[in-house]
Design a protein. Structure first.
Length: 44
């Protein structure tokens, strides 16, 4: 299990699959200096 992020920590690099197809590289593909990333598990 990965370690929890704390205030001021950098987001670790990762690639996530998008629901509509394709993928996104985090944090590289995010615009701006401040972002919120929400992971939702839609199917159990």
């Amino acid at each position: 299990m990965a370690e929890k992020l704390n205030t001021g920590d950098s987001f670790p690099p990762m690639t996530v699959d998008l629901v509509g197809g394709g993928s996104m590289n985090l944090p590289g593909d995010l615009d701006g200096g401040y972002n919120i990333v929400l992971f939702y598990r839609g199917h159990w």
